[in-house]
Design a binder for this molecule. Structure first.
Ligand SMILES: Cc1cc2nc3c(=O)[nH]c(=O)nc-3n(C[C@H](O)[C@H](O)[C@H](O)COP(=O)(O)OP(=O)(O)OC[C@H]3O[C@@H](n4cnc5c(N)ncnc54)[C@H](O)[C@@H]3O)c2cc1C
Length: 436
């Protein structure tokens, strides 16, 4: 029997779920608070650009099987490209390549003892080869690395990455399974869609609409409630509507707020999930700044952000009217001062650091700037996190929840948004079948 289903959020997870649910003939309505589809993976376009630019730097890995399979099903695999941009890390005043096994080996041999090199190599090999992440989630990444990689290499290479991503305050929180997943899933070739992520997302949304999915933009859902009978009621800008089932892809904190009828224990598990926000300033420059794509910047090096990403060393400036585009980005607690500063204040704060990438840099190179911020960007996985994850099937009959915070042990990403969206859809379909 055809079910009437609402999906909250037209991000990657919501769109992927809609694809599978509509494919089985159900009536789907997506409610999206923003003016466009795409969520965190969305982009924008200056009038003289051919391609869209992601608001928050985005790329795919060649190991992103869920995303690549979905694109294959849609018939657009020929639109995916995988250039080989370069990642470097700032070390003692220089930028050194560190994005492949040979590069990491060269770096370690150059800066550390042979014993440190062997420990680093053995630990890296173990993490790459072992399929078992479960024992690794019982310890913090900090403790595991200190023990097995050794203090010199860990404190130079990987601790800065952990501190940069999660902050000093989470060093004794983040578990080692997160690091295992990170090493496991990365490739040196990085991918995107012709035209940028937003081009893919718009095309995906248009295909869903052709197939009969209704997508309501600028339509925030303000409440999910349980009526006296079966199903759920959604309150949106258009009033209250009744659905047989609802999938929410909002943040966990918002979900707890949206659905006050959720039993206390489930709501508490949503509230207990920790995450960080992200602040990203984009500058368009008249000239190329560096020869690299991704610059990892250890906190102690004194840059006012975690990463500088020169996007046009990944996707050429010819797609952006000749502009050279850089992101200055950081993951930060949601109460950090960067969330309240104006764009102009952040530009003034960040600009002097650009001469550290290229001494010839001059502020007159800056043509334009854009600021994007989100208070929900990066889940923080503590020790034994697998036991804390709220199930996708909530205790309210017909209500499902799928967010970045339930992606585990893998780090969040659009690939896993596809996976979790499709997993939620599969669960809903199985529940409909069981009930019929
Ligand atoms: C700085 C940064 C860099 C990243 N880099 C990469 C990368 O390189 N590669 C990669 O693959 N991934 C990357 N990601 C992660 C990726 O963006 C996410 O994992 C993915 O987009 C999550 O998709 P989602 O659908 O689960 O959630 P979201 O994208 O958050 O979508 C949820 C949607 O729900 C909407 N919504 C929320 N509440 C309501 C409501 N009440 N009513 C209606 N609508 C609502 C939101 O507006 C949003 O559109 C990055 C993320 C960030 C922040």
């Amino acid at each position: 029997m055809t079910k009437r289903i609402a999906i909250i959020g037209a991000g990657v997870a919501g769109l992927a779920a809609a694809h599978d649910l509509r494919g089985r003939g159900h009536e789907i309505r997506i409610f999206e608070a923003a003016e466009q589809v795409g969520g965190l993976a969305g982009g924008f376009k200056a009038p003289h650009w051919d391609w869209t630019l992601e608001k928050f730097y985005h790329h795919w890995f060649q190991s992103d099987a869920h995303m690549l399979r979905l694109i294959g099903e849609l018939g657009w695999s020929d639109q995916v490209i995988f250039p080989r941009p370069y990642t470097v890390v700032y070390h003692k005043g220089r930028f050194e390549p560190l994005d492949s096994i040979p590069a990491a080996a060269r770096f370690t041999l150059k800066h550390f003892s042979l014993l440190d090199f062997i420990r680093f190599g053995a630990a890296g090999l173990y993490l790459r080869l072992t399929p078992r992440w479960q024992p690794l989630e019982r310890v913090t990444a900090d403790a595991w690395m200190r023990k097995w990689v050794g203090k010199p290499v860990y404190e130079t290479l990987w601790q800065p990455l952990l501190v940069g991503k999660f902050g000093e305050e989470n060093l004794d929180v983040v578990n080692m399974a997160w690091f295992w997943a990170r090493l496991k899933a990365r490739t040196t070739r990085l991918g995107t869609f012709q035209g940028g992520f937003q081009a893919f997302l718009d095309r995906f949304a248009a295909r869903l609409q052709e197939q009969g999915v209704a997508i309501h933009l600028s339509s925030p859902v303000t409440r999910i409630s349980q009526p006296a009978g079966p199903g759920l009621n959604l309150t949106t800008t258009g009033g209250e509507q009744h659905f047989d089932a609802v999938l929410s892809t909002s943040s966990p904190a918002l979900m707890a707020h949206l659905a006050p009828d959720l039993p206390g224990q489930y709501a508490a598990s949503l509230q207990a999930l920790k995450s960080l926000g992200a602040v990203v300033l984009i500058l368009s420059l008249r000239q190329r700044l560096t020869g690299y794509y991704w610059h990892n910047l250890p906190k102690e090096a004194g840059f006012p952000y975690l990463a500088m990403v020169e996007h046009t060393n990944f996707i050429g400036p010819q797609h952006y009217g000749g502009d050279h585009l850089i992101y200055c980005g950081d993951y930060l607690p949601p109460d950090h001062a960067y969330f309240d500063l104006s764009k102009e204040a952040l530009v003034a704060h960040f600009l002097p650091s650009l001469a550290r990438f290229n001494p010839a840099f001059d502020p007159s190179w800056v043509k334009d700037s854009w600021l994007f911020r989100t208070r929900y960007a990066q889940p923080v996985p503590p020790v034994n996190h697998s036991q804390n994850i709220p199930p996708l099937r909530t205790p309210l009959p017909g209500l499902y929840f799928a967010s970045m915070s339930q992606v585990y042990p893998w780090d969040r990403g659009t690939n896993f948004a596809v996976e979790i969206g499709r997993r939620a859809a599969g669960m809903m379909l199985a529940d409909f079948e069981a009930a019929s």
